[in-house]
Design a protein around this ligand. Structure first.
Ligand SMILES: Nc1nc2c(ncn2[C@@H]2O[C@H](COP(=O)(O)OP(=O)(O)OP(=O)(O)O)[C@@H](O)[C@H]2O)c(=O)[nH]1
Ligand SMILES: [Mg+2]
Length: 215
């Protein structure tokens, strides 16, 4: 699973600091780090979760929001099974260019990639610039799942990652992903291999992604 914010070709100020790295840290380490350095290139996190009684390892790439790293981050989209598209609810500029970002992500990723739209910093209600309804409408229009989160209070952070993984898992079971092609960001662990070979990925683990995968 890759993990990145929306970014925009023209306004560098709008592409960083939406809270991607903090969300990842909250998910993997269950803590919030108020002062967080800009991500340089790509960072990595991983966590085991259980879905449907199966152990699944999520491998998560945290990409830089800065335009300067765009070509590096793009190369991580292709091998990802899922993505969190993050904007900051207190900065309308981060919301305004979601369409541009989404086009770019879809163009450079697997067409089956699950994308979840995240409006982060929901704890800063008094500074809100983007209504929740606007996030919901954008997600509806583009076929994305939507959630508001706070990396600070941990609200919905667990749900955002796990629901994305569940969607990937369901797609595996429906046979949407070719689980024998690791370029899809999914790798079946040895303990699941017999089951996976037996049918349409039944018993398969889902998750992580570029390159790597899971289980
Ligand atoms: N109040 C509040 N602040 C947050 C939240 N998430 C992140 N922040 C703050 O926002 C700033 C940027 O967070 P990062 O996680 O580094 O942002 P990023 O999207 O990874 O930024 P780049 O790596 O530059 O693309 C930090 O000062 C965080 O403390 C949140 O949910 N609530
Ligand atoms: Mg970062």
């Amino acid at each position: 699973m890759t993990f990145f914010n929306k970014f925009n070709k023209n306004l560098k100020s709008s592409i960083t600091s939406v809270g991607k790295s903090c969300l990842l840290l909250q998910f993997t380490d269950k803590r919030f780090q108020p002062v967080h350095d800009l991500t340089i290139g790509v960072e990595f996190g991983a966590r085991m979760i259980t879905i449907d009684g199966k152990q699944i390892k999520l491998q998560i790439w945290d990409t830089a929001g800065q335009e300067a790293f765009r070509s590096i981050t793009r190369s991580y989209y292709r091998g990802a099974a899922g993505a969190l598209l993050v904007y900051d609810i207190t900065r309308r500029d981060t919301f305004n260019h979601l369409t541009t970002w989404l086009e770019d992500a879809r163009q450079h990723s697997n067409s089956n990639m699950v994308i979840m739209l995240i409006g982060n910093k929901s704890d800063l209600e008094s500074r809100r610039e983007v209504k929740k309804e606007e996030g919901e409408a954008f997600a509806r229009e583009h076929g994305l799942v939507f959630m508001e989160t706070s990396a600070k209070t941990a609200a919905n952070v667990e749900e955002a990652f796990i629901n994305t993984a569940k969607e990937i898992y369901e797609k595996i079971q429906e046979g949407v992903f070719d689980i024998h092609n690791e370029a899809n960001g999914i790798k079946i662990g040895p303990q699941h291999y017999t089951n996976a070979n037996a049918g349409a990925a039944k018993g398969a683990g889902a998750g992580g992604a570029a390159p790597g995968g899971c289980c």
